[in-house]
Structure formats: C-alpha cells, structure tokens
Design a protein around this ligand. Structure first.
Ligand SMILES: Cc1cc2nc3c(=O)[nH]c(=O)nc-3n(C[C@H](O)[C@H](O)[C@H](O)COP(=O)(O)O)c2cc1C
Length: 405
C-alpha cells in the first residue's frame, strides 16, 4: 500500500471504473479490458471470477475467499469493530438454543417458500445490504444481485454501492429493497427515496447504527482507515442539491421514518433495532418491518446478538410486522432457530460476499441453493413441512444457558 498512489485510485477497481464510465488508473496503466475480462482478478487484485463453485458448508467460504481476495478487501469484509466480541457473539448466540425434533409425525416433504412484506421468497433468507462491494468483486454488486435474484429471493441494495440504484435495479429480475443511510442533506435524501421508488424497489430500509464511523481495526491496520475509499454510484442529480452518499445524517430520530415514508411512498423497515423498547418505538413510528442487527458486529462492539434479543422483541411485535434478523448465519439450523423464535426471515451478509469473490453470480446462487437445501434437510429432520409450522415449540434453551452465557 505504500506505493505513493492515491488510495482512492488504488481501490477504484477496473470493473467499477468501467461501470461508472471512468478509466481506473491501474486498469489504464497495467491491463487491457480484454485481459481483465479473462483474468480471475482485476488489475488492483479484486476478484473478477464467474464460475461454478462446490459448497460443502457456508463455513468454508471465508477461508477459501481469503485465498482469492485482495488483502484490503478481505480485512474490510471479515473484520468487526473493537475486540470483535459482538461479531463472535452473533454466531455463539445460536448455540444457546437446541432444536426439538419430532421424527414420528408422518411428514415426508418440506416447503421452504414464504412471504415477506407481500413478496414471495423461495426460502426465508434474503441478501443483507452491503456497501463497497467493489472491494469484493470487480463487478461490485452485480454478482450478488444476480445470484440472489436467480435463487428466487430478495436483494437489499446499499446506498453506498459503487453502482447507482438504477443500475442495480436493471441488472436482474427479482425483488429488491433499497437501504438508505439518510444523507445529511435532506434534498439528497428526498431524491434518493424518490429514485428508489421510480426504479421499482419495494421497500426502504433505514439503517440507524452508522451515526459515526466505528473502530474497525483490521482495516485501520492495513490501510489506515476503517472504510475503503471507493467511488460512490449514487450522486445527486437534482439541480442545486449537493452531498455524497457517504455524508450521512448523524442525528437521526423517529421523525426520519415519517420523512422516508412520505417521500418514497413505500413501506419503511428499520434496521439496527436490538431492544424491545426500540421495537415498540418502531411500531409507534409506523415502521412496516423491524430488522434486528448489530451490523455484523461492525459498529458498536459489546452489543448483544440479535438471536439473544429476538424472543423479547418478538413478544412486543406480536406478529404485527415482519421481523428480520442478521448476523452470524451460516447454517440451515440457524435459519430454523431464528424462525422458531419469531423471525419472519433472516439476512446474509459476509457468506454471500465470500461466495461472490469465489464464483461471482454463480457462486452467490450456489450459496443460496446450498443453504436452502440445508434448511430443507433441517425441516425434514426436525419434522416440519412448512415455514409457518416452525414454531417456538421446536426450540429450547440449551442446558445450562439462560440466553446470556
Ligand atoms: C462488508 C460489509 C459492508 C456492509 N455494508 C452495509 C451497508 O452498506 N448498509 C447496511 O445497512 N449494512 C451493511 N453491512 C451490514 C450487513 O447488512 C449485515 O447487517 C451484516 O453483514 C450481517 O452479518 P453477517 O455478515 O455476519 O451475515 C455491511 C456488512 C459488511 C460485512
């Protein structure tokens, strides 16, 4: 990294540069477009693969992806904030719940299809919003959105993508939500909400937990900053409106939900809720969905895992709106346990990024297919034939665990 090159240019990948109509400097210096298209990585070392991958378990993907990802991309994706306690806790919290199987119930099949805010899904798993995917794959979001929609499920687009909302909307057929980091400039916020609606997005997801940049130390050690410095795909188009997708409103409150609903005319889902009190406030504010998340342990370290607070949140929400949870989900058993405790669907972050780095759209689709098959197996083994039948009775606290140990 100590090459004397401007870091923004260093991280501007060839594929992203092409997408935004700008020649990436490294592309211009070192490679032809043809060689980039053929190469497994682009000129700055970001993977550019599009191939079939075989998956035994999603847990293998991180180790495999590290071998093909550029070091800055891997540090950005794999790291968490501070001591990374919350990042580890997200996975650990699942194992405080055991599955009660009911083998002798005559069930011979399992149907994983479900509905989320009126949208039919092939299984109750969606793609979490991920910014800066230009550090994962030379085509940024494209492999993830194509692979996710091809798997029959929903893709949530981040407002800090290297591609615009319109470019991602037209890249694949299938349901999409738009996640907004509310910009500081209300004119730009209004523009993004209206553009998302016009581009066909079905809901707005408002992420609340990035009111300040956190201490992501793996990235800071490697390139001196918590975030990569990639070009943003969403820039203001309205005359007189300024701002950048990375210049976020740092003092959000519940009035922002009404603003987003009014300006977009779409249902608003709040992401970053962890407590029953906040869940009740979200219902009062008119949210159409509640997304339990601690950002994959990347923002405030030492927060609880979504799986730990899910039962209390579900008892406040009482089925009035869907609940989505994310963080540390790698197994069909994780999906099953989250649904049993009251989630409507779960979201995947890192596993899909590793799959994208390894195999592009085919890799992402393979990751979904693998998890769907694993969920089908778990449902068959546990003795339930439909998502709506995965009830609280199917899980119990692991012995010796009160949910907090
Ligand atoms: C590289 C990376 C970028 C992310 N970018 C965003 C983002 O732009 N917006 C957002 O709401 N969440 C973002 N998240 C958080 C994810 O949406 C999700 O909450 C988290 O990844 C779930 O945890 P998991 O990675 O363990 O599956 C990001 C996560 C990662 C790993």
């Amino acid at each position: 990294m100590a090459t004397g090159l401007n870091r923004r240019n260093l991280l501007l990948t060839a594929g992203v540069a092409a997408a935004i109509g700008e020649p990436g400097p490294l592309l211009a210096q070192n490679a032809t477009a043809e060689s980039i298209a053929k190469a497994p990585t682009d000129a700055s070392g970001v993977p550019n693969s599009e191939k079939k991958i075989n998956i035994v378990t999603l847990r293998d993907l991180e180790v495999d992806a590290q071998k093909v990802m550029a070091p800055f991309g891997f540090a950005y994706v794999s790291g968490g904030a501070g001591d990374e306690w919350t990042m580890r806790e997200n996975q650990a919290a699942f194992n405080r719940w055991v599955i009660n199987a009911d083998f002798m119930n005559g069930t011979g099949s399992a149907d994983t299809t479900t509905t989320l805010l009126g949208t039919k899904l092939s299984y109750p798993v969606i793609a979490a919003p991920i910014g800066n995917q230009g550090s994962v794959h030379a085509q940024a979001d494209l492999p993830n959105v194509k692979g996710t929609n091809a798997a029959g499920t929903l893709y949530c687009v981040s407002s800090v993508s290297q591609l615009s909302v319109e470019e991602i909307a037209s890249a694949a057929e299938g349901p999409k939500w738009f996640q907004l980091y509310i910009p500081r400039d209300p004119g730009f916020a209004r523009e993004m909400l209206q553009r998302a609606k016009a581009a066909g997005y079905k809901a707005i997801v408002v992420t609340a937990d990035v009111n300040v940049t956190s201490n992501r130390e793996r990235s800071m050690r490697l390139h001196g900053a918590a975030l990569p410095n990639l070009k943003m795909g969403n820039a203001p188009k309205t005359p007189g409106v300024t701002g950048s997708a990375m210049d976020m409103k740092g003092n959000m409150d519940w009035k922002d939900i009404e603003f987003c609903r009014k300006e977009s005319g779409l249902p608003v889902v709040i992401k970053s809720i962890l407590s029953p009190t906040n869940a009740q406030q979200a219902l009062n504010a008119g949210c159409s969905g509640i997304w339990l998340s601690n950002h994959g342990g990347r923002q405030l370290d030492n927060m609880a895992a979504p799986m730990t607070t899910l039962p209390a949140v579900a008892s406040v929400v009482k089925g009035k709106v869907p609940i989505i949870i994310d963080g540390g989900i790698y197994r069909g058993q994780d999906v099953f346990r989250a649904i049993a405790l009251g989630a409507t669907a779960v979201a995947l972050g890192r596993p899909l990024l590793y799959a994208s780095a390894l195999g592009g759209a085919q890799g992402v689709q393979a990751a979904h297919t693998h998890l769907k098959n694993e969920l089908t197996m778990v449902m068959r083994l546990a003795g339930t034939s439909a998502i709506k039948n995965i009830t609280r009775d199917f899980v119990a606290r692991a012995e010796g665990s009160n949910g907090h140990v």
